[in-house]
Design a protein around this ligand. Sequence first.
Ligand code: DX5
Ligand code: ZN
Length: 230
Amino acid sequence: MPHAIISPSVLASDFGQLTAECKRMIKNGADWLHMDVMDGHFVPNITMGAPILTCVKKGVPDIFMDCHMMVAQPEKWVDDIAAAGGALYCFHLEATSDPLALIDVIHGKKMKAGVAISPDTPSSAITDQVANAADMLLVMTVYPGRGGQKFLDRCLPKVADLRARFPEKDIEVDGGVGPSTIDACAHAGSNVIVAGTAIFNAPDPEQVITLLKATVNTAQAHAAAQRAQQ
Ligand code: DX5
Ligand code: ZN
């Protein structure tokens, strides 16, 4: 049964204090830290790249960096992100023509491989072969590019479809996720939860992380019990 993994998105953090912000989240119960890498091509914005991740890893050696690569040429950055200490390299399906080869390259660099789909990409674009090779599937619940956007609940049927196809896979949701949308995400079957503004801007981030985690674990236990009955 997939368990809850909470991955606060540092896009909502104070970038001037990035290392301290990551430590603060881990202290508050974060499992992973979600690092949004944007290149100004795949999305209009530019955020951070391998040099910054290297510094974060140096300051927080135990960190699990869940690297969300919103980049036009994901093949190009695998070596640099691996050298920076990235633990998971999640690329966009829309940005590559050979996802299987890319997954192999990522695994060759001892990172987990994630495959992301934007809101307009159907879940059927993730073939069984690609999903089986990947360690994680990411269903975007906003258009990639910036934090603080409104959750798109029309993306949730894709989560439900992927969960039905892959009962044990890590399935991540990202964008507009927080206490008011977690029930729907957990019910659809996601277990890896990215939240930026909902966690970083909360007066008590620990309380939010605990709530997100408990909601997911309850839904997963319920789904596992239902599967056992069938
Ligand atoms: C959007 C990013 C998200 C974003 C989420 O392009 O991929 O990770 O930071 O931020 P919130 O949770 O504020 O929507
Ligand atoms: Zn992201």
